[in-house]
Structure formats: C-alpha cells, structure tokens
Write a protein that binds this ligand. Structure first.
Ligand code: PNS
Length: 160
C-alpha cells in the first residue's frame, strides 16, 4: 500500500492545494494532508484546529484522503504514519529552489522517504494562501481562489 503525505500550512487551503490533493489522491492508496503546527508562525489567520476542519470539509468526498496535524520534522511524522512519499506542488520556477532544497534536506534526514512534485494546474500558477489573505484583507474578490465554503469563512474572519 502506498501512503503519501501532502504537508503544508494551509492558512487557508486554496483551490491550488485542493487541485494537488485531488490529483495526488488518484496516484496513491492513502493521502494524508499534514498541517504543520508551527510555533514560529504566530500570526496565522486560522488555528490548526480550524485548518483541520477546513481541510476535512473540502476533502470530504475523497475517500482515501485523511487530515492530520504534526509538530517537528516532516520526515519524523512521515515515518510515524508509515508514509513513504512526500507530495509537493510546484507552481512557478521560483518555487523550485526552495522545494528542491527541502526535498534534499528531507532525503538527507531520511533516505527512504521520497519527494514527488506535482506541477500545478495553470489556473493556479500564481495562487498562494498569502495572496488570498492579502486580497481578502483589502476587500478584494477571492472567488475562484479558494473553495466556496472557505471563501465564506475567510471573508467572515476579516469582517470581525
Ligand atoms: O505550506 P508551506 O508553508 O509551504 O509548507 C512548508 C512545510 C510545512 C512543508 C515545511 O515547512 C515543513 O515540512 N516543515 C516541518 C519542519 C521540517 O521538517 N523541516 C525540514 C525540511 S526544510
């Protein structure tokens, strides 16, 4: 059985993330979406529990997708849940250097865990959680950037 982990911050989950999750879920037997509990990111828009809830909401129909959070090193969590593959989405060329470095570091930490890159769908080439937050913060339209359920939740958050 091939189990993979798709790690990230997902603050908030975007349509770009959902695209990668959907496509990756067709390639593996089980895909765990792993949300990093990052003590350094104090200014997150959503708590980890909220993000777990959001991801469960938008992946509910994907039967082989699970959602979990993790602390510490990704490779340690991957080993704990017996995931042999890390999935990362690649957008523009600018992602490549960071992603390649992360993949090499993870491999140096754990030789048996491989990183698979999935190229983003062209519609989401420049989409990120940060841009969604910035657009929403200044009252811009985020339709099409995040799933409809998440759009409501993000706008509500900024209304408060
Ligand atoms: O959505 P993001 O912020 O691009 O996700 C980054 C993430 C969570 C995949 C990465 O920061 C991570 O794996 N952090 C856990 C700590 C770790 O394992 N670091 C070593 C690899 S650089």
């Amino acid at each position: 059985m091939l189990k993979a982990i798709y790690p990230g911050s997902f603050d908030p989950v975007t349509n770009g993330h959902l695209d990668i999750i959907t496509r990756a879920s067709k390639l593996v037997d089980c895909l765990v979406v792993g949300i990093l509990e990052n003590p350094n990111k104090k200014n997150s828009l959503f708590t980890v529990d909220e993000r777990i809830e959001h991801l469960k909401l938008v992946t509910g129909e994907l039967e082989n997708v699970e959602v979990a959070s993790f602390k510490g090193l990704l490779v340690d969590f991957a080993e704990k849940i017996d995931a042999k593959v890390v999935i990362r989405g690649l957008r523009a060329v600018t992602d490549f250097e960071n992603e390649f470095q992360m993949a090499l570091i993870n491999r140096s930490l754990h030789n048996d865990i491989e990183t698979f890159f999935i190229s983003t769908s062209v519609n989401y080439l420049y989409l990120s959680s940060s841009t969604v937050k910035e657009v929403a913060m200044f009252g811009g339209n985020i339709k099409g950037m995040v799933p409809p359920e998440i759009e409501k939740i993000v706008l509500e958050k900024y209304r408060k």
